[in-house]
Design a binder for this molecule. Structure first.
Ligand code: R1P
Ligand code: URA
Length: 347
């Protein structure tokens, strides 16, 4: 840290930069796509309007913020890296420097554990967290472990409740894979085929038109490790995760489709978000609305049952296609206010 930060509760530099994502008011838009992989963020940069200035800043903690316009509307693309904490840093620090409602849509990758396969696109209607139970002891043998579990009812992993994404935005994302509405049908955004499809359908694979690719709306499990809590075997550690994938998949009646590492925190923070500035301005005592609307979509890259993996060219094609659909969705939502670029330096 080379700069002095003020206010230990919520550190900011003298010119108003938040300390981890490294940007200040005016450098980030209300409409945001967030990704893990910074290369994906740079790929989406190419989709922005080329005739307007693009702001770019990578923080010393590895967050990359790109702000520009898409079809004339201000949008940001933020690459955050991986895990629950990075999502927490990003959402809280961005919230602190943006006025008005924020829309955040994650475009990520995932492991598939349900009906979907590598190359399929999953829209997470909701997500729960799977975290290591750090109180669970490391046992010398299986007998002691079984006794302990019977006595205490404790398990090596905790699974939280489900928190849901914004229904309107999740449905819009699906619609934009089938862009032009024609009575009960949509033209596939991905191929221009016409596909009959009702937005009310849940948990159903929809042929997207890309060879062997489908779109599914399903539950997601956000895990605190790529390895232990995603049921990967690693002989160097005592992970107690045999059978974990099956327990995750069947924890909820809807059955879970995907495993990744950030969506739960995004949905949870959206649910906890307040409209504090509005309340203090209008002297309203209780929180009356959330100030963050969130959705997440992800591309399956590893099938955890069959070990099938995605081809890099297909991933690249899908990233671009999903990115473009999500940019279009961002423009569909009405916002009460949005600001960028008032006093920031754009390069
Ligand atoms: C693990 O390889 C990473 O990939 C997934 C997981 O959530 C985790 O961050 O998402 P991204 O492709 O967006 O990074
Ligand atoms: N991201 C994850 O977290 N897990 C996978 O298996 C693939 C992508």
């Amino acid at each position: 840290m080379s700069e002095k930060f003020f206010n230990a509760n919520f550190p900011k530099s003298a010119d108003g930069r938040v300390s981890h994502i490294g940007i200040k008011r005016g450098e980030i838009a209300n409409r945001i796509i967030t990704v893990g992989d910074l290369d994906r963020a740079k790929l989406f940069l190419k989709l922005l309007d080329s005739d307007t200035a693009i702001f770019q800043r990578q923080s010393h903690r590895g967050f990359l913020t790109i702000t520009g316009k898409y079809k004339g509307v201000p949008v940001s693309i933020v690459g955050i890296g991986m895990g629950l904490s990075m999502m927490d840093f990003f959402v809280r620090e961005a919230r602190a420097i943006i006025d008005g409602t924020m829309i955040i849509i994650r475009v990520g990758t995932c492991g598939t554990i349900g009906k979907s396969n590598p190359g399929d696109v999953i829209i997470s209607e909701g997500s729960f967290a799977v975290t290591r139970n750090y109180d669970y002891p490391i046992f010398e043998n299986k007998m002691i472990m079984q006794d302990y579990e019977i006595k205490t009812k404790e398990r090596p992993y905790n699974m939280s409740k489900v928190f849901y994404g914004d229904e309107e935005i999740c449905n819009l994302v699906i619609t934009f894979f089938f862009a032009k509405k024609k009575k009960n049908s949509y033209y596939s955004f991905l191929t221009n085929n016409v596909i009959s499809y009702s937005l009310k359908i849940r948990k159903q694979l929809i042929n997207s038109g890309i060879p062997n690719s489908q779109v599914i709306q399903g539950l997601n499990a956000t895990c605190d490790s790529f390895y232990s809590s995603q049921g990967r075997h690693d002989e160097n550690f005592e992970d107690y995760n045999k059978g974990l994938i099956e327990s995750i998949r069947t924890k909820y009646p809807e059955e879970t489709e995907s495993l990744e590492m950030e969506t739960f925190m995004l949905y949870y923070l959206a649910k906890c978000s307040t409209d504090a500035p509005y309340r203090s301005q209008h002297k309203v005592r209780f929180n009356s609305r959330n100030s963050i609307r969130a959705a997440a979509t992800m591309i399956g890259i590893f099938n955890r049952k069959t070990n099938e993996t995605i081809d890099p060219d297909k991933l690249n094609y899908l990233e671009r296609t999903v990115g473009e659909a999500v940019l279009k969705v961002l423009l569909e939502i009405g916002l009460d206010e949005e600001h960028i670029g008032d006093d920031c330096v754009w390069n």
